[in-house]
Design a protein around this ligand. Structure first.
Ligand SMILES: Nc1ncnc2c1ncn2[C@@H]1O[C@H](COP(=O)(O)OP(=O)(O)OP(=O)(O)O)[C@@H](O)[C@H]1O
Ligand SMILES: [Mg+2]
Length: 488
C-alpha cells in the first residue's frame, strides 16, 4: 500500500489516463469524472492532493475546491484549467488552491508539484479576500505572453522570491508588481513603491534606509525609511536602473543580509520583505558601462518577467479597450460605448509607443469627448495619429490623406504651427493674413473640385455668385492655371 493518496478529477479521459500513469508509481490514485463523484471520493478518503479541473459536469471545480476547505484535513488542490485567465487563477488562489496549472501542461510540472507537496515545502497560503480596489489592479489579457505572466504571478504567490520586471514604459510593470503582492500571503501587509528617479539623489539613501536623528545636517528626527515601512510586505523598486552605484551596494547588502541600517547607526534591523524591481532600461548594457552592478543584477533577477509591448500582442488591444471603456463608464457615470469595427482595426494598426497607458488615456479621452454611442476610428485618429502611427497601408492610406483628422484638428494644428513660426516677428496683420489665406484656399479647392463651375461653387460655399467672382479677382485666382493643374 502506498503512503499517499491522490485524486484526479477531470472529464477528459485521455488526460486522466496520462496523469494517472504518471502518478501511480508513487501514489495510490483515484479518478473521478464529475464534481459529484469527486465530492463523494473526498468524503470517504484522505487525499494528499486533488488535481481538479474547473469545468466538470454536475458540480463545478470551484465548488469542489470550496468543499475541501471545510474538511479537517485539507488536501492540496491543484487546479487544472484550459482557459487560463487571470480571474480564474486569482479565484483559485483566493479560495485556497495550492497551485494551478494550465492545460496542456508538461509532465515535469506535475512532478515538481507533487515533490513540493510531499515535502510540504510551501504551506498552503490562504490569500485573503480582497477589497473592491482589487478590481482596479486586475490585469487584462488573453494573449499567450500575458497568460504566461499570469501564471508566473500565480506561482509567485506561494513563495518569496525576488522578481525583476522588464518592459517598455506603460506596459504594466507597476500593475504586475501590485498583482504579485496582492496574490501573495503578504497581501494584508504594506506594498511600498520607491520611484527611484523621482526622489532627489541626495535624499534617496535616507528615503530607502532611514536615518538617525542628527546623522546629517537637516536630519532633525529619526526616520525609518521605506524598507522598514515595507516590513512584512513588499517593496517595489521602480526604475531600478536609475539607482546610484553607492546605493546599489547598500541594496545588495539588504538583499543578502535581510537587514537594514539607518544612516548614522550601526545597529542593523532585521527585515522580512519581498523585493520586486522594475526597469525599462537595458540593464545588461548598463552593466557593460559600469553603471549597474552585475552582482545586484543577479540578486534581483531571480524570477524575470518581461512584459511585451502592446504592439506585439495585438490580440489584447480590443479586450483592453473594452475593459477601459467599462472602467471609465463607471468612473464618469456615463453609458458604456461601443467600439466600431473600423475603430478596432484602427487601434490594431496603431503601434502604441506608450503601450497600455497610451491606450488607456485615449479611451479616457474619447469617452469624455465623443458625443456618440459608437466610437469610430476618427475619434481615435484625432488623438493617436502621429508620426508613430504604423498605419495599415492598404486600408488606411487613402483615408489618411483625406480625413485622417477631424477638420477642426487639422486647422488647429496648422494654425498652431504657423503662429509658432511667426511668434518672433513684429507682424501687425496676422488676423488678416490668416483669414485671407484661408479664404483663398477654400475657394481654390472647391473650384478645382467642381471643375470650375462657378454657379455650383457659389451655391456650395453659400455665397453670392458676384461675391465669388469678386473674390476670384481679389485673390488673383487664375482659371487657366487651375485647368492646367487639374489636367496634369
Ligand atoms: N494588463 C493590463 N490590464 C489592464 N490595465 C493595465 C494592464 N497593464 C497596464 N495597465 C494599465 O496601464 C497603465 C500603465 O501601467 P503601469 O503604470 O503599471 O506601467 P509601467 O510599465 O509601470 O509604466 P512606466 O514604465 O511608464 O512606469 C496603468 O494605468 C495600468 O493600470
Ligand atoms: Mg511604472
Amino acid at each position: 500500500m502506498k503512503e499517499h493518496k491522490i485524486l484526479i478529477v477531470d472529464d477528459e479521459q485521455s488526460l486522466v489516463y496520462v496523469l494517472k500513469k504518471l502518478l501511480e508509481n508513487e501514489f495510490s490514485v483515484d479518478t473521478a469524472s464529475d464534481g459529484e463523484e469527486a465530492i463523494s471520493y473526498i468524503e470517504q478518503n484522505e487525499y494528499l492532493a486533488v488535481f481538479l479541473d474547473i469545468r466538470i459536469p454536475k458540480i463545478n471545480g470551484m465548488e469542489v475546491l470550496s468543499y475541501t476547505k471545510k474538511l479537517s484535513v485539507e488536501p492540496s488542490v491543484i487546479i487544472m484549467t484550459a482557459q487560463n485567465t487571470m480571474v480564474n487563477a486569482i479565484d483559485a488562489m483566493k479560495q485556497g488552491a495550492y497551485d494551478y496549472i494550465t492545460k496542456p501542461f508538461e509532465l515535469d510540472e506535475i512532478i515538481d508539484i507533487t515533490e513540493k507537496i510531499k515535502k510540504n515545502k510551501y504551506p498552503i497560503h490562504k490569500v485573503s479576500e480582497k477589497s473592491e480596489d482589487f478590481l482596479d489592479t486586475l490585469l487584462v489579457g488573453k494573449s499567450k505572453t500575458m497568460q504566461e505572466v499570469f501564471k508566473t504571478i500565480g506561482k509567485l504567490s506561494h513563495n518569496n522570491l525576488t522578481v525583476l520586471i522588464l518592459g517598455e514604459s506603460g506596459t504594466g510593470k507597476e500593475l504586475v508588481a501590485k498583482a504579485i503582492h496582492l496574490n501573495s500571503a503578504r497581501s494584508d501587509k504594506p506594498f511600498i513603491i520607491v520611484n527611484t528617479p523621482s526622489v532627489p539623489s541626495e535624499l534617496l539613501e535616507s528615503e530607502l534606509f532611514g536615518h538617525e536623528k542628527g546623522s546629517y545636517t537637516g536630519a532633525n528626527e529619526k526616520k525609518d525609511g521605506k524598507f522598514i515601512a515595507a516590513n512584512g510586505g513588499t517593496i517595489f523598486l521602480d526604475e531600478i536602473g536609475d539607482m546610484p552605484l553607492n546605493l546599489q551596494a547598500k541594496l545588495l547588502r539588504v538583499i543578502q543580509e535581510k537587514e537594514v541600517e539607518h544612516i548614522g547607526s550601526n545597529k542593523p534591523v532585521k527585515i522580512d520583505i519581498r523585493i520586486i524591481a522594475a526597469t525599462n532600461k537595458k540593464l545588461k548594457s548598463l552593466i557593460k558601462n559600469a553603471k549597474f552592478r552585475e552582482d545586484l543584477y543577479y540578486r534581483l533577477n531571480v524570477i524575470e518577467i518581461t512584459l511585451p509591448p502592446l504592439r506585439e500582442r495585438k490580440s489584447d488591444i480590443s479586450i483592453l479597450a473594452n475593459f477601459f471603456i467599462k472602467k471609465f463608464a463607471e468612473e464618469f457615470n456615463i453609458p458604456e460605448k461601443q467600439l466600431s469595427e473600423d475603430a478596432s482595426s484602427f487601434l490594431q494598426s496603431y503601434d502604441f509607443p506608450g503601450n497600455i497607458r497610451e491606450l488607456e488615456n485615449a479611451i479616457r479621452r474619447v469617452m469624455v469627448m465623443s458625443p456618440s454611442f459608437i466610437l469610430n476610428s476618427d475619434d481615435f485618429r484625432v488623438i493617436l495619429d502621429n508620426e508613430n502611427a504604423v498605419i495599415n497601408k492598404e486600408k488606411y492610406a487613402k483615408d489618411k490623406k483625406t480625413d485622417s483628422d477631424s477638420f477642426e484638428d487639422i486647422i488647429k494644428r496648422r494654425i498652431k504651427n504657423y503662429v509658432e513660426k511667426i511668434k518672433d516677428t513684429e507682424a501687425n496683420d496676422i488676423y488678416k493674413s490668416i483669414m485671407n489665406l484661408t479664404e483663398k484656399t477654400v475657394i481654390e479647392e472647391i473650384l478645382t473640385l467642381h471643375n470650375y463651375n462657378q454657379l455650383k461653387v457659389s451655391k456650395l460655399l453659400g455665397i453670392n455668385r458676384n461675391t465669388l467672382r469678386k473674390k476670384i479677382n481679389e485673390y488673383g485666382i487664375s482659371l487657366k492655371n487651375f485647368k492646367k493643374i487639374r489636367n496634369n
